[in-house]
Design a protein around this ligand. Structure first.
Ligand code: B1M
Length: 211
């Protein structure tokens, strides 16, 4: 059993989607519980990939292929997780703010959050405040993650925070922001709960909110 889990971890870490899917199928056939496959096989590997990224050993492409491999495994695992009633660690609504079409970094953040066990509701790009608010309500989300890559669009972050306040939701959600022009002090200034400089730290920050 441990050998198969090890094989899953290695294939995710190496970004080998085909091998990851093969190993996950092998684990399913061997009746290893889906939760164990997810947590010990895939989530530990994504956390290791995040660590290597922070240490400068992995770069964005390595992180992307690792996340792609994990998503391959997730395709096979999702129906079983639902059947086993495995709860996600939390629900996060993410999106790139209004006027902004950059989504590579946001997608990476979403993948790392999934890798950390979150259910991610990805609203895509050019997301206005109302859409964020609506998604938080509909999904009963615990967190909102906003991404901005333009200095001209980061100003749409505080308007989303204001809209959450107006809707009476600000106290019940954590707001996390990021993207190249965003800084820790900007996050504080606009009343966000947190800022993460990269996808790996975004996942860590999100986990700190639910632990
Ligand atoms: Co655009 N663009 N772009 N662009 N683009 C930048 C951002 C720019 C810095 C390039 C430059 O001039 N040097 C510049 C912004 C200048 C500024 O505002 N100060 C710029 C511009 C000006 C524009 C246009 C206005 C160009 C034009 O049309 N005249 C236009 C705007 C369109 C729009 O959004 N309305 C535009 C368009 C585009 C493309 C469509 C061509 C393409 C986007 C494709 C896509 O995303 N699908 C594009 C690209 C690719 C870039 C660059 C080259 C790369 C961005 C990227 O994907 N980086 C960028 C220059 C650069 O950064 N070198 C540039 C890789 C990605 C992994 O990093 O997104 O930073 P990043 O995400 C990181 C962290 O920031 C963090 O984690 C990620 C992973 O570690 N992070 C978060 C991100 N979101 C987070 C959220 C979190 C936490 C962490 O919590 C929720």
């Amino acid at each position: 059993m441990e050998e198969i889990i090890q094989k899953i971890s290695e294939s995710v870490l190496e970004g080998d989607r085909e091998m990851a899917m093969e190993a996950v199928q092998e684990a399913i056939d061997a009746k290893i519980p889906a939760e164990k496959i997810l947590k010990e096989g895939m989530m530990t590997a994504m956390s290791e990939a995040g660590k290597l990224f922070e240490e400068g050993e992995y770069f964005v492409p390595e992180l992307l292929v690792a996340a792609r491999a994990m998503q391959g495994g997730m395709e096979l695992l999702k129906p079983l997780l639902v059947a086993e009633d495995v709860e996600p660690v939390g629900k996060v609504v993410i999106g790139t703010v209004k006027g902004d079409l950059h989504d590579i970094g946001k997608n990476l953040v979403g993948m790392m959050l999934e890798g950390a066990g979150f259910e991610v509701i990805d609203l895509g790009t050019d997301v206005d405040a109302e859409k964020f608010v609506e998604a938080v309500k509909t999904n009963n989300a615990h967190m909102v993650g906003m991404s901005a890559l333009l200095t001209t669009t980061m100003s749409n972050m505080p308007s989303t925070i204001e809209a959450l306040k107006q809707a009476g939701l600000r106290e019940s959600v954590k707001v996390m922001v990021g993207g190249a022009p965003v800084t820790e002090s900007f996050a504080q200034q606009i009343g966000a709960d947190g800022y993460a400089p990269d996808a790996s730290q975004a996942a860590k920050l999100a986990l700190s909110y639910v632990s």
